[in-house]
Write a protein that binds this ligand. Structure first.
Ligand code: GA4
Length: 322
């Protein structure tokens, strides 16, 4: 199986390294900007998303993944639908099963909800409510970012993702406990749950249960484990936001390692713009002497090129200006 990686090198796990942002405090805007520059990653507290809503969605997600495999595979599809082990269509694999859907549930994802889940109506309702609530929080964070960057129009970024018809995605992941890790002949290797990659969209918002596994890559190339926190959200900068800030913000490389004992469940909202949106460095952020580091592209162009790549590829390279 191609999911074994290099021997374990214990990554640093310094909780204090990961910026924690209280988004109920407007002054946090500068701390968010710094986090996006230094790490492309931060944890958000006092977010206003209902704890009850989050736990109902987690419950429904666990119920869904506990269905017999034969039922789940009836939802297999591309790009949206149920998947197991295979990630994308270019040969990537991981110790994971997932359900991917368009965040606009009225679009192509609707057939995803036949009478399969135990409570189809509840599952759909809770997904809709969760997506609306996380989208609202995301827009708030993007407005704090534009404000922190000193951009006059605070909706410059949030308007790209605020509409429910933008190309945003919700991903539910289940990383089952991995028996391979315990086996002596595994040679003490990590098992990759989800291989290292950056997210193509503008910004991604992750929430998980309390099982560890997520790691982020720092500027010096080292990996740190992100201590799980089921009551917070983790934000990461996507490739499109790196381009719009002309490289000032970093699209963070991240991965998930499988766990030998506990299941990890996560839900990630990928905030993407509409297909026709042009992605280019924002001129309001550039000084006269600054050079644009990237060629302009539309989200539709970038999305197709991303979906033809392997997970660990540097997808922005081909758009860098020579
Ligand atoms: C990474 C971010 C999101 O999970 C995702 C992934 C997508 C997929 O799972 O189909 C991709 C990956 C992600 C980028 C490169 C391509 C496409 C798997 C893959 C190998 C849903 C997305 O938008 O891009």
């Amino acid at each position: 199986m191609a999911v074994l990686s290099k021997p374990i090198i214990e990554p640093k796990s310094e909780l204090s390294l990961i910026p924690v942002i209280d988004i109920s405090d407007p002054e946090s805007k500068y701390a968010i900007v710094k986090a996006c520059e230094d790490f492309g990653f931060f944890k958000v507290i006092n977010h206003g998303v209902s704890t009850e809503l989050v736990s109902v969605l987690e419950h429904e997600t666990v119920e869904f993944f506990s269905l017999p495999k034969s039922e789940k595979t009836q939802l297999a599809g591309y790009p949206f639908g149920y998947g197991s082990r295979k990630i994308g269509r270019n040969g990537d694999v991981g110790w994971v099963e997932y359900l991917l859907m368009n965040a606009n549930l009225d679009s192509g994802s609707a057939p995803l909800f036949p009478d399969l889940s135990k409570n189809p109506a509840t599952f759909r309702d809770v997904l809709e409510e969760y997506i609306a609530s996380v989208r609202k929080m995301t827009c708030h964070v993007l407005e704090m970012i534009t404000d922190g960057l000193g951009i006059k129009h605070t909706n410059t970024l949030s308007k790209l993702v605020s509409d429910q018809n933008t190309d945003s995605i919700l991903r539910l992941n289940h990383y089952p406990p991995c028996p391979l890790i315990k086996k002596k002949n595994n040679g003490g290797k990590n098992v990759i749950g989800f291989g290292e990659h950056t997210d193509p969209q503008i910004i991604s918002v992750l929430r998980s249960n309390n099982t560890c596994g997520l790691q982020i890559n720092l500027a010096d190339g080292s990996w740190i484990s992100v201590p799980p926190d089921h009551s917070s959200f983790f934000f990461n900068v996507g490739d499109s936001l790196q381009v719009m800030t002309n490289g000032r913000f970093k699209s963070v490389r991240h991965r998930v390692l499988a766990n030998c004992k506990k299941s990890r469940v996560s839900m990630i909202y990928f905030a993407g713009p509409s297909l026709t949106q042009r992605i280019a460095p924002l001129t309001c952020l550039m000084d006269k002497e600054d050079e644009m580091l990237y060629e302009e592209f539309t989200w539709s162009e970038y999305r197709s090129s991303a979906y033809n790549s392997r997970l660990s590829d540097n997808r922005l390279q081909q758009f860098e200006r020579k």
